[in-house]
Ligand binder design. Structure first.
Ligand code: ATP
Ligand code: BTN
Length: 259
């Protein structure tokens, strides 16, 4: 689809502008650039192919041509004190993607903090980046990558967590631009309710590995416990041996089922 066709498709939903590219390094890079030049709230940067798609902590995100949905949404705090932080922005994206995939009859789950799973395999990764001027948050860049066609799934050897694609799980083709439209509308809907008890309850309901034994690793230390749910501010609650509870803050951690 070209820019005009995508703009046409998105006509029904309030989007400020769409920047559509064939090949980019990373849509987040471009979105940061456009945000720096004053792009408005709900500007979308989308690409068919990313040569340097990235995940958290500089890890790479595989986006071959024509096979995935890779886009970044610029969100501007609408008022100085709108309470939208990078972590809640990531949750906003994960919840919106999960809701939309759920409408296709799939059962998505959120691998806290930033991945969406189908059948316990990663189908979507989210990277939120913030642009600050001093201590004033200028913009949040919500980068979403979804594996659509089977060819968007990276080779097994390059992964340390299994991956899948929407079409592999659904066993039929999907229109990635329709998916884009539905996700953007769902982000709009939940943004109005971000950080409300309703939002946290819905997010918690979507968590993968709930009441299962999991391992949480930060590179140096691994903790094992039962994943109980979320704290009221979106941290992960782990119940350790002896019934003690530990609150896990999103950082460079890896979450895995224990078995
Ligand atoms: P993990 O995915 O191992 O739990 P993580 O969630 O912290 O760790 P991220 O930074 O979120 O890792 O994601 C980047 C990782 O995702 C890469 O290191 C790579 O293993 C994997 N990956 C890269 N491209 C894709 C893709 N298209 N689909 C699924 N996984 C991918
Ligand atoms: C992850 O799992 O670590 C997050 C991966 C995020 C990938 C998306 S694709 C669109 C946007 N551009 C990027 O370079 N990254 C995000």
């Amino acid at each position: 689809m070209n820019q005009a066709e995508i703009e046409d498709l998105l006509l029904g939903i309030p989007v400020s502008k769409v920047y559509c590219y064939q090949t980019v390094s990373s849509t987040n890079d471009l979105a940061i650039e456009w945000a720096g030049k004053g792009a408005l709230d709900f500007t979308i940067v989308i690409a068919d192919h990313q040569t340097r798609g990235r995940g958290r902590y500089g890890r790479s995100w595989f986006t071959p041509p024509g096979a995935a949905l890779a886009f970044s949404l610029i969100l501007r705090p609408r008022e100085k004190y709108e309470n939208i932080k990078p972590a809640s922005c990531t949750a906003l994206g994960a919840v919106a993607v999960s809701d939309v995939l759920g409408r296709y009859g799939l059962t998505p789950q959120i691998k806290w903090p930033n991945d969406v799973l189908l059948n316990r395999k990663k189908v979507c990764g989210i990277l939120t980046e913030a642009q600050w001027v001093g201590d004033y948050l200028q913009a949040l860049i919500l980068g979403i990558g979804i594996n659509i066609a089977p060819s968007s799934v990276p080779p097994k050897e390059s992964l340390n967590y299994p991956a899948t694609s929407v079409e592999l799980e659904l066993e039929k083709k999907v229109n990635r631009y329709q998916l884009l439209k539905d996700i953007i509308s769902q982000v709009r809907t939940w943004r109005e309710q971000i950080n409300t008890p309703k939002f946290f309850a819905h997010w918690e309901q979507l968590l993968a590995f709930k009441m299962e034994n999991v391992l949480v690793t930060n590179g140096e230390q691994t903790i094992e416990g039962t994943l109980v749910g979320l704290t009221p501010n979106g941290h992960l609650r782990l119940r350790l041996a002896l019934g003690l509870e530990r609150e896990i803050v999103a950082g460079e951690i890896k979450l895995r089922p224990a078995k």
